[in-house]
Design a protein around this ligand. Structure first.
Ligand SMILES: Cc1cc2nc3c(=O)[nH]c(=O)nc-3n(C[C@H](O)[C@H](O)[C@H](O)COP(=O)(O)OP(=O)(O)OC[C@H]3O[C@@H](n4cnc5c(N)ncnc54)[C@H](O)[C@@H]3O)c2cc1C
Length: 339
């Protein structure tokens, strides 16, 4: 009772990274709260889910296995979570800020009158004092995310209603095995008790999924360009540098909006969150919304003509100069020195 729950997103029998990242975070939150972590798998042919999630420290795995539950449709998955949460009364429920989580989370939270914070960038446990009522709450979930266009970082709490619900984008939390030999308990539920036949009003006839051609999230080196690259052609320099040093190309939102790069390359609050070993920011000013997606890079190099560009404040190395001059030199000397 009153445990922490994570909804598992499953595609072709594989638990998605975003869910494994949430299990990693969920395990550490559950340890702090001294409660158990439970995971919910809804879909079809779920036999191999347990072996995928137990190493992340799942204590109880709830299985809802029915051919009609895969692929995801809104009503059956909502009914299952709502009815399961009514029974189990979790204190916290987490899911990915993906297209599924964005559809499912609000449906579940409104049915349970629980509230939900979308797109959290950090989750912590802490106390809260409600001064007006003279009440102190302990062990609340701090749901932390940028607010007001990224101008502040807000900590949101939900003192009274349960579960405290939050969604987190893929890549924001780190995925880490808790214990390779960890063994939890599996509970197989009778689907008919949680879902009515009318919930299956939508059936998916055909599904087309286009895999992303860009693997920016897992690249150890990212060369990222901003509006300062000047044009789509100017962005070509970044591909030359990336090809030379074995990197992937990223972009700021201003560069994407200007048509210099595809949207899937956007890094930041409304793009991808990355944690590379090396991040080279070229012609990027370093607004908070961009920094939110790359500040955990192990090393940051900033190339900017403005010596006072905000990105310089978080960079390990700053090169003050025009990208058009600096990048060709980097390519030239890298090639020369790696012969
Ligand atoms: C709700 C919200 C969400 C957002 N989400 C994101 C997001 O996910 N990702 C994101 O990136 N932004 C996001 N933004 C936009 C963000 O606020 C900035 O507008 C954007 O990051 C700026 O991009 P930029 O640094 O490329 O452009 P600019 O701010 O225009 O900076 C260009 C930089 O290039 C430098 N420069 C110019 N010419 C040269 C040259 N020849 N050589 C070297 N340097 C040069 C300039 O000195 C300047 O520092 C968001 C904004 C909002 C309100």
């Amino acid at each position: 009772m009153n445990n922490l729950f994570v909804y598992l997103e499953i595609e072709n029998g594989k638990v998605e990274d975003v869910s494994l990242e949430l299990l990693t975070k969920g395990r550490s939150l559950a340890n702090q709260l001294k409660c158990q972590m439970e995971a919910v798998a809804i879909g079809s042919k779920l036999e191999n889910i347990a072996s995928q999630v137990f190493p992340y420290g799942v204590d109880v795995l709830h299985l809802f296995d029915d051919a009609r539950l895969y692929p995801y449709t809104s009503l059956p998955h909502t009914s299952i979570l709502v009815n399961l949460f009514k029974e189990e009364k979790p204190q916290i429920a987490l899911m990915g800020a993906t297209s599924i989580g964005r559809d499912l989370g609000p449906r579940v939270s409104s049915a349970l009158f629980s509230g939900l914070t979308a797109d959290c960038t950090s989750l912590e446990i802490g106390d809260h004092e409600e001064k007006k009522e003279g009440k102190t709450y302990t062990g609340l979930l701090y749901q932390i995310r940028p607010a007001f266009g990224g101008n502040i970082v807000a900590t949101i709490v939900n003192p009274d209603n349960r579960p405290q619900m939050a969604t987190v984008r893929e890549g924001v939390m780190k995925k880490e095995i808790f214990d390779a030999n960890y063994k939890g308990k599996t509970v197989s539920h009778e689907v008919g008790k949680y879902v009515s036949d009318t919930d299956f009003v939508v059936s998916v006839i055909e599904r087309h999924i286009e895999a992303s051609k860009v693997n920016i999230k897992n690249s150890p080196i990212i060369v990222s360009g901003g509006y300062g690259m000047g044009s789509k052609e100017g962005f070509g320099l970044l591909y030359d540098l990336a090809n030379t040093i074995g990197a992937e190309v990223g972009a700021s939102r201003a560069a994407v909006d200007a048509g210099y790069a595809e949207h899937e390359r956007q890094i930041g609050q409304t793009g991808v969150t990355v944690h590379p070993k090396l991040y080279i920011a070229c012609g990027i000013s370093g607004q908070i919304q961009h920094i939110a997606g790359m500040q955990d890079s192990s090393m940051i190099i900033a190339i900017n003509s403005d010596p006072n560009a905000p990105i310089n404040a978080i960079a390990d190395y700053v090169i003050t100069g025009e990208v058009e001059k600096v990048i060709p030199k980097m390519i030239k000397y890298y090639k020369k020195n790696s012969k």
